[in-house]
Design a protein around this ligand. Structure first.
Ligand SMILES: *Cc1c(COP(=O)(O)O)cnc(C)c1O
Length: 398
């Protein structure tokens, strides 16, 4: 199928830099712009077909940004339906959500965990006949009519009922009687490639699946799926990564506002008098006259080692190439291009992800995708969030 209409990008302002004096104890500062996050959600919601609702996918700790923090901002934007991947994620987030929210758990109950779902008010996504039968038995015995989503595989061969299982279920309607299917869903394999024939196949297959569940709302589109056009929207879109500022339309300009700024603190600056090797493996040689800044972030913080020698940091407007290897806690930049009028000093911050080097660029240079960069963001960063629904929204909350 062809791409949907090109949407005008969301108007947005760059995320302000952390003050170098902020969080002096931390070697890296992760700034999360909750207003940009809320704006991204509203922007996607406004592009859905009339009548379709927009959920928020906050699995994997809200794509690394903090699930309860991002959930609160999305609730403030008007989001009432959330998805996590795992029961434990659901148990952590559920108590922080207002009572009128729904929280779905994508991997569904493993045998024996059904009661934990109903006790916490979580709605399982049932991905197999085993999960359906387990949920039906639990509902019949303890919570007649308990809600659940049903996931049907339309071509991804991952989770979801197979066509044969769906057919068997059609002939055995009593299997569903003890509980209430509140959503029928499927997942797109190639939504980020709008020209891929798989999209049309899955859209057609999902339309047929929905006939087996008359009156039950349907959900198909992830972030990129929203851009496939209104036929992909059904009743509920499930965007994740686009909310967090990653480009859901690879190869086209990113319509989303940036949500993350990541800055590494400089620990030491070395003036090189004679050519020297830099870092493990002596993989880089610096020329005499260059300046090397060592910053306190490494692969233990989720900066991929594959970035070695491949990414560019920024000090203000000046690009500073990462040289040598990324090590566990440290990384080295050639800061020779920074004007002497603006001396680079210990304590200063270098943008790893910022207005000049978006998360998608860093990911591409590391041979991966924005999803992996965000979900790998480490636990050692000082995290600050901007805006959100706190009293005095738009101000800094730490
Ligand atoms: C992760 C996930 C989403 C969100 O996908 P994005 O590409 O991040 O928008 C939606 N649905 C399912 C089933 C998922 O696993």
């Amino acid at each position: 199928m062809s791409a949907g209409p090109p949407f005008a990008p969301i108007p947005s302002a760059p995320i302000p830099s952390a003050d170098a004096g902020a969080a002096p104890h931390a070697n890296g500062i992760l700034t999360i712009d909750l207003d940009a996050l809320a704006g991204n959600w509203r922007w996607l919601r406004d592009r859905l077909r009339p009548g379709a609702a927009c959920a928020g996918v906050i699995k994997a700790n809200g794509y690394g940004l903090g699930d309860t923090t991002v959930a609160r901002a999305l609730v403030g934007a008007g989001c009432r339906t959330f998805f996590v991947a795992q029961l434990d994620e659901g148990l952590r987030v559920a108590p922080t959500l207002p009572r009128d929210c729904r929280l779905f758990v994508l991997s569904g109950p493993t045998p024996g965990t059904e009661a934990a779902f109903t006790d916490a008010g979580l709605i399982p996504v049932l991905n197999s006949r085993e999960q359906i039968d387990g949920w039906a038995a639990h509902a019949r015995a303890h919570v007649p009519g308990a809600p659940a989503a049903i996931h049907v595989d339309t071509g991804m061969t991952r989770l979801g009922l197979t066509p044969a299982e769906l057919e068997a279920l059609r002939r055995d309607r009593r299997a569903l009687e003890p509980f209430t299917p509140v959503l029928v869903m499927s997942h797109l394999a190639c939504a980020d490639m709008p020209g891929h024939p798989m999209n049309a196949q899955q859209l057609k297959a999902f339309a047929a699946v929905r006939e087996a569940f008359p009156g039950v709302p349907g959900s198909l589109a992830n972030s990129s799926g929203v851009f496939l056009g209104s036929d992909a929207h059904h009743d509920l879109a499930r965007p994740g990564v686009a909310l967090y500022g990653v480009n859901p339309t690879p190869g086209r300009p990113n319509p989303m506002a940036a949500v993350v700024r990541l800055q590494a603190r400089i620990l030491q600056v070395r003036h090189v008098d004679a050519p020297v090797a830099v870092g493990y493996g002596a993989s880089h040689r610096s020329a005499a006259g260059s300046r090397i800044a060592t910053a306190g972030v490494g692969y233990a913080d989720g900066l991929p080692r594959a970035c070695s020698g491949r990414i560019t940091g920024y000090i203000g407007e000046t690009p500073v190439p990462l040289v040598g290897r990324v090590s566990m806690d440290l990384v080295t930049f050639d800061v020779s291009a920074v004007p002497e009028t603006r001396p680079v000093r210990p304590g200063d911050l270098i943008d790893l992800i910022g207005p000049h080097n978006p998360v998608d660029d860093l990911a591409a240079r590391a041979g991966t995708i924005g999803y992996e960069i965000l979900t790998a963001l480490g636990f050692r960063y000082a995290r600050r969030s901007l805006g959100g629904d706190a009293p005095g929204g738009g101000t800094e909350r730490t």
